[in-house]
Write a protein that binds this ligand. Sequence first.
Ligand code: HXC
Length: 257
Amino acid sequence: MAYETLIVETHEAVGLIRLNRPQALNALNSTVLAELKQAYGSFHVDETIGAIVLTGSEKAFAAGADIKEMQPLDFADVYKSDFISGWDEIAKARKPVIAAVSGFALGGGCELAMMCDFIIAADTAKFGQPEITLGIIPGMGGSQRLTRAVGKAKAMDLVLTGRMMDAAEAERCGLVSRIVPADKLVEEALAAAAKIASLSRPSVLMAKEAVNRALETTLEEGLRFERRLFHSLFATEDQKEGMAAFIEKRKPVFKNR
Ligand code: HXC
């Protein structure tokens, strides 16, 4: 399928999606959302794909929601259409998604990166929630996911001042999992995604569910949920294969069942 705002490729078992609106620093408009849903959907139904990498350009992962598209809207418009709720579908992707962030990840761009399972940042990355400087607040999860990721003090600092933080600060406060040189960003993200895609699919999906559950529930319920998923993996052929391969000192051959 031909996309207007994305470049979509497959690299063996990894789906790679590049945001591609260079004239607007990858600002997220309704076409980007519709096309991302399409690209995610096609990777999710494709059994050969085990993980997804979402990236932008060297200059910008995404500089936010498209301000030119939003500027004329009034309260009735955004309320009646439940504006931006469509992004929830992106956040609920079942297969693992890695955000590979170079340059600006601002506003909705930072929020889109946070919808992914983890963020690998180029040393050039800059994160921020500048909505307050436009007379609005984050609307795609910035006040919620950012606070869970970095804690109240840092989230308040970023959301109330609208300032940007660099990759080093983002790594220190736990927003990004690792920093790599900008020219190695996509390569490193693809390698991480290929590793995930090589593992048993049921265990990967359950690991993702279990970690996400930690953000939604009490410790006791979370531990119970984890243990039940853990138990259920003993019903898979891949658990037998993974453990047999370890004992026999060979590489496992997973069947994803
Ligand atoms: C629409 C944008 C844009 C955006 C940049 N552009 N960001 N268009 N929406 N969010 C466009 C510019 O208008 C310009 O187009 C072109 O991209 C290049 O941008 P410049 O500003 O010339 O580049 P530069 O000087 O390098 O500055 C980069 C920047 C700046 C610091 C990232 O562009 C910037 O501050 N952008 C806005 C960041 C922001 O406020 N994001 C939050 C948006 S609100 P022209 O045609 O003029 O050359 C949001 C809410 C999300 O995200 C949740 C609710 C939906």
